[in-house]
Design a protein around this ligand. Structure first.
Ligand code: GLN
Ligand code: ZN
Length: 757
């Protein structure tokens, strides 16, 4: 027999019941016991599915009330001091307080889980004295056994990864922290062993990043402690998202299993095994089914890979599993009846992946009997998709190849700057916004009426024009220098373009958790991406017709569209980025032809695509920059290209941002506590730059002085002639009144600072 396993299952439920329960609880519509009941029902339903599909090692404790990293911190009593925790079980109100913030205590910082779109709450170790508040994995294990007779595989975040993801301690104290956490982990594991758990999965994804020699020594200490303190439990040391670093050291650790990703970083892991073999006393968790992509697996190819692995590890010691937790894919593709058949049949969401894992485990055990109909069906479905006309468009491929042959240089910035100054005659420190204005209930209702067919297209377009009129008037009255149309016609900055480009499809129910109860439904790029007809010209041109001031066109950039979509896996991402860039370039040119002379191409997601291995950063940034330039380089010198990025850690990226060669970049600053300005201090940035002067994440109306001091601080570092004044990010989620009031303050701040120069 060959065993099957998965690393984790989505939490959100088939119809996002999880999200709805959380939000009902937060709003007071559902009491605490009601919440526990609803979440338990969801959890048990998941476990039943895993059991029915025939998975051998069923994960437990992968479920969470918000986020599994927060769960781990709370389990160890690591609660930031501002929440007034004094020991004992952590109340639910404190748990959600850390996640979402309380009146006097800001939420814990949220950040991206490796290179995924899932966000976790960063544990704050500062001042904490860890204790075991509750053995959560034990409760999950017990529940599965008592309710469903399942002897599950508890999943825990491993100690090294937990520490590396935490903040509030100095690097030199790492070993002391390991010393504090180890006894708690040992207690958790011991209680699990006593309860009868056979395997536990300890997630150490940090081992695919650039860990040091010292960290390898720490791992030895950690896993040797577990082996001697809890010899009865079998540990699967699980890694994912890339190939394992320090392979030879890690496979010698005293654990019973090593889990490797054979999808992302598959080549690296495979070559490590080929070069160094795999120890005979261990089980290999072979992550061959992609836990992050949404495509059906080419099963006969996967079987071949497993066969190769079984030359190094005998089949009884192989566990066929997903490459990572299924948290990153939607629950089931079953309801997606509206997609073209060729596409629908090629999809595998979480439930379909369970079937793939089981099928492969069975096929491998059969040895040779590859006539399984399931394997053939998968290959056939992928083959059909591959042969669909959208998948490969000669016209697009040729056109993209042709522009890739041309240089992406615009005239030097100095030349453009002179031309643009002549043309636009903007004041010093021009004021502008990032693009969107409040999407009121009225806007959302109008869109629904139109989508449901109750409103005609013309009626809806008329409504949108009305919104544009209102906000153009308001922007003029407030005194902004560069106006925007307000993005009222867009729900989402990627979906809007995806719906208008060729090569995209949209699911009905393909939701995945992004952070907390917030789910996203990324578009699917399944064919060659291509421009069909102008997407933004009508609204932008209309807005420009209402004012003598410049109206900035507003597009989402190629890398952001790429990074926020589910992407086909038969082409390199780089190539897809160029297709998107070519499509957007046609939109940029259409806007320019329509008389729009300032065009913003938003790229908030550039950093998100950064590979986990540092050695690969430069190559990624090079093609990301090239894609942006392809999209924007064909305009006249007088046409001003803007871009926007939300806050991220820029310090090691400024060279690449500069290489994008946008005439103006606007950046979010308020959440960076001045670090951002520091980055620009050490790296002289020579293009136009707007540092956000107020945080748009809260309804607060910042006083004028706060903004002037923000500007003055930035001007100590940045050249006045290049400086723009704008809010941090789009204003879509804000109310109309607070938006107008804040912008008035911002324009006033600009006037005050101008008077001093
Ligand atoms: N132009 C977009 C907006 O204003 C930018 C959003 C973003 O940066 N995420 O909403
Ligand atoms: Zn932003």
């Amino acid at each position: 027999m060959v065993r099957s396993s998965v690393l984790g299952y989505p939490r959100i439920g088939v119809h996002r019941e999880w999200k709805k329960a959380l939000e009902a609880f937060w709003s007071g519509r559902l009491g605490e016991s009601g919440l526990h009941e609803e979440l338990q029902a969801i959890r048990l339903d998941h476990l039943r599915r895993l059991k029915e599909k025939g998975i051998h090692l069923i994960p437990v404790n992968d479920f969470s009330y918000y986020d599994h990293v927060l769960d781990t911190a709370v389990m160890f009593g690591i609660v930031p001091r501002r929440f007034g925790y004094t020991g004992g079980a952590v109340p639910l109100s404190t748990y959600y307080g850390i996640a979402r913030g309380l009146k006097d205590a800001p939420a814990g910082e949220m950040t991206k889980w490796f290179n995924t779109n899932y966000h976790y709450i960063v544990p704050e170790l500062d001042g904490a004295e860890p204790v075991l508040t509750e053995n959560k994995p034990l409760l999950a294990y017990r529940e599965a056994r008592e309710k469903l007779g399942i002897s599950g595989k508890p999943v825990l975040l491993g100690p090294l990864t937990f520490l590396k993801l935490s903040k509030g301690y100095a690097e030199r104290d790492t070993d002391a922290w390991i010393g504090r956490l180890l006894p708690l982990y040992v207690q958790v594991l011991r209680e699990l062993a006593e309860e009868g758990a056979e395997w536990v999965q300890l997630d150490e994804p940090v081992l695919v990043t650039n860990v040091s020699e010292a960290d390898v020594q720490r791992l030895k200490r950690i896993y040797e402690t577990f082996a001697s303190a809890v010899p009865r439990i079998r540990i699967m040391l699980q890694t994912y998202f890339e190939s394992l670093e320090h392979y030879r050291d890690i496979i010698r650790l005293p654990v019973q299993g090593i889990g490797l990703d054979f999808v992302q970083g598959g080549e690296g892991n495979l070559s490590s095994i080929r070069a160094h073999g795999f120890p005979e006393d261990k089980v290999l968790g072979a992550g061959v089914i992609d836990g992050r992509g949404i495509w059906r697996a080419p099963l006969s190819g996967k079987l071949k890979l497993l066969r190769e692995l079984s030359e190094f590890v005998s089949p009884e010691r192989l566990i066929v599993q997903t490459s990572c937790s299924l948290l990153h894919v939607p629950v089931t593709a079953k309801g997606e009846t509206e997609l073209p058949a060729g596409l629908k049949n090629a999809l595998a969401f979480a439930d379909e992946k369970l079937e793939e894992v089981v099928l492969l485990a069975r096929a491998l055990a059969d040895g040779g009997a590859a006539d399984d109909a399931g394997l053939e069906a998968a290959d056939l479905a992928l083959d059909l998709l591959q042969r669909s006309p959208e998948r490969s468009r000669g016209d697009i491929q040729q056109a993209v190849a042709a522009i890739l042959d041309q240089p992406t240089e615009r005239s030097p910035f100095g030349v453009r700057q002179t031309e643009q100054r002549k043309k636009w005659k903007l004041p010093l420190f021009p004021t502008t916004t990032i693009g969107s204005f409040p999407q009121s209930a009225e806007v959302r209702t109008a869109r629904q009426s139109w989508r449901r067919g109750e409103w005609s297209g013309e009626q809806y377009a008329g409504f949108i024009r009305g919104q544009i009129d209102r906000w153009i008037d308001l922007q003029e009255e407030i005194g902004l220098d560069v106006l925007v149309h307000g993005e009222f016609e867009r729900t989402d900055m990627v979906e809007f373009f995806g719906e208008k480009l060729a090569g995209f499809a949209f699911t009905r129910n393909g939701w995945v958790q992004s952070y907390g109860s917030r789910c996203v439904k990324p578009p699917i790029i399944y064919g060659d991406a291509a421009f069909v007809k102008p997407m933004t010209v009508e609204e932008t041109k209309y807005a420009q017709s209402r004012t003598p001031r410049p109206v900035k066109g507003m597009l989402t950039g190629p890398i952001t569209i790429l990074n926020w979509s589910f992407v086909r896996d038969d082409l390199p991402r780089e190539e897809i980025a160029y297709q998107l860039a070519y499509a957007l370039r046609q939109e940029v040119e259409a806007l320019e032809r329509a008389g729009i002379g300032m065009i913003q191409v938003d790229e908030p997601a550039v950093r998100e695509g950064l590979p986990l291995k540092e050695a690969e950063h430069a190559a990624y940034l090079a093609w990301a920059v090239r894609a942006f330039r392809l999209a924007t380089c064909s305009v006249q010198d007088t046409t001003q290209i803007h871009t926007h990025m939300c806050y991220c850690d820029f310090h090691d990226m400024i060279g690449s941002i500069e290489a994008m060669d946008a005439d103006v970049i606007s950046i979010e600053t308020s959440r960076s506590h001045g670090e951002l300005i520091g980055s620009f201090e050490t790296n002289t940035y020579r293009l136009g730059i707007g540092l956000g002067v107020y945080d748009i994440h809260s309804p607060r109306i910042p006083p004028v002085e706060e903004m002037t001091s923000m500007v003055e601080r930035a001007l100590r570092v940045l050249e006045p002639g290049l400086f723009w004044i704008n809010p941090d990010c789009g204003l879509k989620t804000r109310g109309a009144e607070e938006t107008a009031a804040s912008l008035r303050h911002m324009v006033e701040a600009a006037r005050i600072v101008r008077a001093k120069y």
